[in-house]
Each structure stands twice: as structure tokens, then as C-alpha cells.
Design a protein around this ligand. Structure first.
Ligand SMILES: [Zn+2]
Length: 468
């Protein structure tokens, strides 16, 4: 007890002396020190963001326009920025999820460059492209930070009295009193919510209930009216921290084209403008940008999770893709507040965007092969081949007691790979079930590490669901 009390007193004394020291350092010196030391930098506050954009607009000789595009569901201003006079429109959105902050940071850098640079590259971009961005869409979620916006259901009903008594939309989060805005989109851009459509689900379109989704939709429609079509849309996000199947490399950026069900699905036949190959070309351009513009090798540039069954029509990128726009998703590792400011991460977002911008500006984006995008590393399983990749890595990592046990599993996967090619669902189910039995047996005898078991077991379940 005595020791603890002395420690406490010591702690208090330390605090007091730190406060004293701080009192004698002028405020200007503290901020100057912060600027010199990137480790102490933090994600921009809304105030810093607005100030930065104003500075950029002021120093851009009229090239960069900054406007209030509208207001959040809570009435907070949401800002848009625009630069360039080209025929091709590129619309970029940041922080639709409030706990995902790098988008606005990267966009500010891009507007700064395009607003002030007199280089021939900057000039050609401004001539060929009109770049429009909402760098921070979910302004209220960013403040907390939380994924959802703030729009309690009683306020929803006050706004839309005809929803009185209806179930809250499935993408409404009771605890956080707000919506996942990125499930609130509909390919019918004129859609208005009706009680009969609620609560809906992940496989159906969203409802344009939130002011934030309406604002992004309205901006999209305005650009369609002005230019005929919106060439491309990029949505900037953060995710977890996976490693790639083959090498176990940490994923440093994951990129995706729209998640609209299996390729052979007839669900979207009424949307003839949907062009998945175009979205893959734009996604590839982003990946090339990250790799070409970095001083490092960037082996962690990956595809984002995209197995065949993944189908999210209520996402902004899906609804715009169904209206004929090439859409690309960026997912950066780690979310806020857990992951602090990271300059290298922001540089990768920026480089990915430059990849799209530069390939649009010189026209080379149309010559890319969309299928090359599918050659990027994966970190999930969509096929038996993916499972073999993971198994090989686990074997090299020593996750099996004996290599013969790993070989036994690999032999089974080799057979399964053939049945998968033949689309022989009967054999697939039978042999996947057999694979599971061997896995369980190895776990029981402690011949396989828990990590390898869990991953291979989950993958087997995924494929069993598909073929059953
Ligand atoms: Zn997100």
C-alpha cells in the first residue's frame, strides 16, 4: 500500500512539472514541432480540413472550386471540391464510413497539386478530366468516430411521417443511432422510400433515407446532366488487416470492382449499362499507380475480398456502376481511432488515385486488360486453387507437425481442383466433406496449428455452401 501511495504522489508531481514546462513553451513552438515530427501528426479535424481546402482554393488562381454541397442528416455542412475542365468526369468520395479517414487526406494533396502546379502533367490532367470530390461525406460519423452517420430512427420518422410504425431499415444501427450510408443507395436514382420496402436486406437496393446518400446521388445526377455520363467513381475506405494467401504479406491496399453477384447472374439484366470489365480496367489502373509511383516494391497491393456470391447492390459504387459508371473501391488496412495518422498509407491512396487519373488523362486506361486485375494477390478463398495457395504457405510456415500430413491434404485439393473445373457438384460436396474429416482428425491429434485449421475449415465451408 505504502509503495503505491508514494508512486501516486510521484506521478502527480511529474504531471505538475510537465504542465509547468508546457506553460513556458509558446504555443507557436508546439505546433511548429508537430509539423516537423510526422509521428506526432494526427488525422485532420474538420476545422483543419476546411482551412486547408480554403487555402488551396485561394492559391489556385481560380482552378479549384470549393462549395458547400449540402448538409448531413444532422445539418452539418458537407464540402465538395472541383478542379479541371475536361470532358471525362471522375467523382471521388471519402469517409462514407466515419471511422475511415485517409480519403480526405489524400484528396487534399491531389487538389493542392492540381490547383497550384504549372507542370505539363498537371495541365494535361486539368484539360482532360473534371475531378469532383466529396472528401469527407460522413462528417458527423467522423467526429466520433463511428462507421454510421447520426440519424436516430425517431428523427427519420419525423422526416418521413409515412414511415411511422415501419421496421427500421436493416442498415440502421440502434446503438450508434445512425445508418451505414454505404448501403443506402439504389440503382433507381429517383427512388423514394416507402414503408412496404422496409427493412430490406443486404441483397436488395437501399432506400436513399440519409441526407448524405441523397447528396452524393444528387451530385452524381448533376454531373450526368452536365456531361452526359460520369466516367468513373472511386470510393475510399479502410478495412481489417489481412495477409495474402500465397506469401502471407500484409495487405497494404486492397482494390475492388463492383460486388454484383456471380458473373453469370441474370439479376442485373435490366441494367445494360453495367460494364464490369471497364471497372476492372480502372481498378487495375489504381493498382498500377500504387506500384509505379512508389519507391518500394509494394507486394501488398491486392484485390479486395470478392468471391462469386458477394452481392451488395445497395453500395454507392454498385448503384453508380449499374448506371454505366466504372467504379473502384480502395480499402486501406486498419480503422480509426485504432490506427493513427500514417503518411505512407495516405501516399498509397494518393498514388492509386494518380494511377486512375493519369491513365484517364492520356487515354491509356482503355487499352488495359481488365482480366490482369484478377492476377493481383488475394487474401480470401474463391476457389480450390486459393485453398492450395494458403495450404502451401501454411506448410512453409511449419503449421503442420509432419509434411506428410500437409501432402495428404494437398493431394485431396488437387482432386477437388479437377472436380471444380468440371463443375461436378456431386463430387465436390463428397470430397469437401471428406477433406473436413481429415482436417478434424489432424486437429484432434494436434498435427495442425489452430490458425491453419481455422482458415482451411472456413474455406471448406464456403465452398460446401456453394456446391451443396
Ligand atoms: Zn468502409
Amino acid at each position: 500500500m505504502e509503495a503505491i501511495r508514494i508512486k501516486d504522489i510521484w506521478k502527480k508531481l511529474m504531471c505538475v512539472s510537465v504542465i509547468f514546462l508546457l506553460m513556458f513553451i509558446p504555443v507557436s513552438e508546439i505546433s511548429a514541432e508537430n509539423e516537423q515530427n510526422p509521428a506526432e501528426r494526427d488525422w485532420m479535424t474538420n476545422e483543419e480540413f476546411l482551412q486547408k481546402l480554403d487555402e488551396i482554393a485561394e492559391s489556385s488562381s481560380g482552378r479549384v472550386e470549393v462549395d458547400v454541397a449540402g448538409h448531413s442528416s444532422q445539418g452539418t455542412e458537407i464540402i465538395s471540391a472541383r478542379v479541371g475542365t475536361g470532358d471525362q468526369v471522375l467523382l471521388i468520395n471519402g469517409s462514407i464510413h466515419g471511422n475511415e479517414k485517409s480519403g480526405g487526406e489524400a484528396l487534399v494533396e491531389i487538389f493542392d497539386f492540381l490547383g497550384t502546379s504549372d507542370s505539363s502533367f498537371a495541365q494535361s490532367v486539368r484539360d482532360e478530366i473534371t475531378l469532383v470530390a466529396i472528401p469527407r461525406l460522413n462528417v458527423d460519423g467522423l467526429e466520433i468516430p463511428q462507421r454510421q452517420n447520426i440519424f436516430p430512427w425517431d428523427e427519420v420518422v419525423a422526416t418521413y411521417p409515412h414511415l411511422e410504425g415501419a421496421d427500421p431499415a436493416w442498415n440502421y444501427n440502434e446503438r450508434n443511432r445512425g445508418f451505414d450510408i454505404n448501403r443506402d443507395f439504389n440503382a433507381d436514382l429517383d427512388y423514394e422510400v416507402v414503408a412496404e420496402d422496409l427493412p430490406g436486406n443486404t441483397l436488395e437496393f437501399g432506400f436513399f433515407i440519409t441526407k448524405e446518400a441523397q447528396l452524393l446521388r444528387d451530385l452524381y445526377v448533376d454531373l450526368q446532366n452536365e456531361f452526359g455520363e460520369v466516367e468513373a467513381f472511386v470510393d475510399l475506405h479502410h478495412m481489417g488487416t489481412p495477409v495474402t494467401n500465397k506469401t502471407g504479406e500484409e495487405v497494404t491496399i486492397a482494390i475492388d470492382y463492383p460486388p454484383l453477384g456471380p458473373d453469370d447472374s441474370s439479376k442485373y439484366d435490366d441494367y445494360p449499362k453495367l460494364d464490369q470489365d471497364k471497372s476492372k480496367r480502372y481498378s487495375l489502373a489504381a493498382a498500377l499507380g500504387v506500384m509505379e509511383r512508389s519507391d518500394n516494391e509494394e507486394p501488398g497491393v491486392s484485390q479486395y475480398i470478392h468471391f462469386q456470391e458477394r452481392d451488395y447492390p445497395g453500395q454507392a459504387r454498385s448503384s453508380f456502376a449499374l448506371n454505366g459508371t466504372a467504379t473502384v473501391l480502395f480499402e486501406m488496412p486498419g480503422q480509426q481511432p485504432q490506427v493513427g495518422y500514417d503518411q505512407e498509407l495516405i501516399d498509397r491512396v494518393e498514388n492509386g488515385l494518380w494511377g486512375i487519373i493519369s491513365h484517364m488523362a492520356d487515354g491509356s486506361i482503355d487499352d488495359l486488360n481488365g482480366d490482369d486485375f484478377l492476377e493481383l494477390p488475394r487474401y480470401w478463398t474463391d476457389s480450390v486453387t486459393d485453398m492450395r495457395d494458403v495450404l502451401e504457405r501454411f506448410t512453409e510456415e511449419g503449421q503442420f507437425e509432419n509434411t506428410s500430413d500437409a501432402r495428404l491434404l494437398d493431394n485431396q485439393l488437387t482432386a477437388l481442383e479437377n472436380y471444380e473445373k468440371e463443375e461436378n457438384s456431386e463430387k465436390m460436396v463428397k470430397h469437401l466433406q471428406g477433406f473436413k474429416v481429415v482436417l478434424d482428425d489432424q486437429l484432434e491429434k494436434e498435427l495442425i496449428e489452430r490458425e491453419a485449421y481455422n482458415r482451411l475449415n472456413n474455406d471448406t465451408s464456403t465452398l460446401l455452401d456453394r456446391w451443396n
